[in-house]
Design a binder for this molecule. Structure first.
Ligand code: MLT
Length: 416
């Protein structure tokens, strides 16, 4: 390597996965070696005590508790409390938490007017992000990130109001009148009632749907530094308020590569149905790289996504209640069985992820596909809040400022 002045970047091993470069300016200013890491795939930008993932072993824990144990023994609200506050709540703490959420569920009339003024045909995620952002304006008494009491209030308001806002948006985009929150109902039960009205008329099925949605929200509660959570932290690192930071997270989640994957799975299953249900022919197309196997593989899991195991059982319970066998679910089961029996997929560590069955369940419950990502956002909210709060308390936090490697021209004479 020869340095002859200027601020050039010298590529070493350019074009390989581990592309590195010596950024001379950085070297001279004392910040040292810069590693090109697109998508921050290998860059730890924070320390966190919230979620542990071992992608090779297929392990996921919130605050140390295995996801399977939480899925079997806890509710979404308990897990939200755990993720945000660091410990499982006692019975009294849980009751207080649930009561606070109940009391704070309504949105102000002015905000309902705002929601009613948003375009009916807008995507629910666009509308949700806008609504969350404006919470800082409706509740400017809880938008100061430096005040502990205000942060507590904002935490409760966000958790309490997001389902109300999401249900309002769903009712309007599907052409029906919004339904107010009912203080007599529990969190998830209330959300379903605001979305769909009085339920299916079958109390057992309603209870199963409530349990299913509770579990799906719980399984999505946090997933360490994925795209949306990293976004919340990056925006929050400038001391932006929690509402604006979470709104940024909603927008990040809206990207089809992040929150849209379960919708893509349904579209894939439809494609297979269009091929006469020929799963073998579809898998051959995947191998020939003519199409993609959606809902399989994950950036961090090189094994089963532990969330997918819990969801598969749930899908079976729900679909067993349907009058006619669900063709897409049958295709999903066959696809999973055949792909896992084929070394082509297992050698590439392609195992079902959380999105593989969640869309099938949401569809069976009557959710339109444009609401799938909204459900993901409501599930992920505790994680976003926890990360925003953790960062705020960490003395090591600095405003995010990733480096870039400049690869454009060196100084050019301005044309005369
Ligand atoms: C998530 O739960 O956020 C997704 O699996 C994406 C991710 O973790 O990268």
């Amino acid at each position: 390597l020869r340095y002859d002045g200027g601020d050039q970047t010298f590529p070493l091993l350019a074009g390989t996965e581990g592309e590195r470069a010596i950024d001379v300016k950085a070297l001279l200013s004392g910040t040292g070696m810069t590693t090109l890491d697109p998508g921050f795939g290998n860059t730890a930008s924070c320390r966190s005590e919230i979620t542990y993932i071992d992608g090779a072993a297929g392990i996921l824990r919130y605050r140390g508790y295995p996801i399977q144990d939480l899925a079997q023994h806890s509710s979404f609200l308990e897990v939200a409390y755990l993720v945000i506050r660091g410990a499982l709540p006692s019975a009294g703490e849980l009751k207080d938490f649930a009561d606070q959420l109940r009391t704070n569920a309504p949105v102000p009339d002015e905000m309902r007017t705002l929601l009613d003024a948003l375009p009916r045909n807008g995507h629910p995620m666009t509308l949700l992000a806008a609504a969350v952002n404006t919470l800082a304006a409706y509740y400017d008494d809880s938008a100061d990130p430096t005040d502990d009491d205000q942060v507590e209030t904002a935490t409760i308001r966000l958790l309490a109001k997001l389902p109300t806002i999401a249900a309002h948006i769903h009712r309007r985009t599907s052409g029906s009148e919004p339904i107010d929150p009912d203080p007599a109902r529990d969190y998830v039960e209330n959300f379903l009632a605001m979305l769909f009205g009085q339920g299916t008329g079958d109390t057992e099925l309603d209870a199963l749907y409530t349990r299913a949605l509770d579990l799906l929200l719980l399984l999505h509660a946090d997933h360490e530094l994925n795209c949306s959570t990293a976004t919340v932290r990056v925006v929050g690192s400038s001391d932006a308020d929690i509402y604006g930071s979470v709104s940024a997270g909603v927008n990040a989640l809206f990207g089809p590569l992040h929150g849209g994957a379960n919708q893509a799975v349904l579209e894939m299953l439809e494609e297979i149905r269009g091929m006469g249900g020929d799963v073998d022919a579809f898998l051959e197309k995947v191998k020939a790289k003519e199409t993609r196997l959606m809902g399989f593989g994950h950036r961090v899991y090189k094994n089963f996504d532990p969330r997918s195991r819990e969801i598969k059982g749930l899908a079976a319970d729900i679909l067993a209640r349907q009058e006619r066998p669900d063709e897409l679910f049958q295709l999903a089961l066959e696809l999973e069985r055949k792909a896992l029996a084929d070394p082509y997929f297992t050698e590439r560590k392609l195992y079902p992820n959380v999105d593989f069955y969640s869309g099938v369940i949401y569809r069976a419950m009557g959710f339109p596909t444009n609401m799938f990502t909204v459900l993901f956002a409501i599930g992920r909210l505790p994680g976003w809040i926890a990360h925003w709060r953790e960062q705020r308390k960490d003395p090591a936090t600095r405003i995010a400022r990733p480096r870039q490697l400049y690869v454009g021209p060196t100084e050019r004479p301005y044309p005369a």
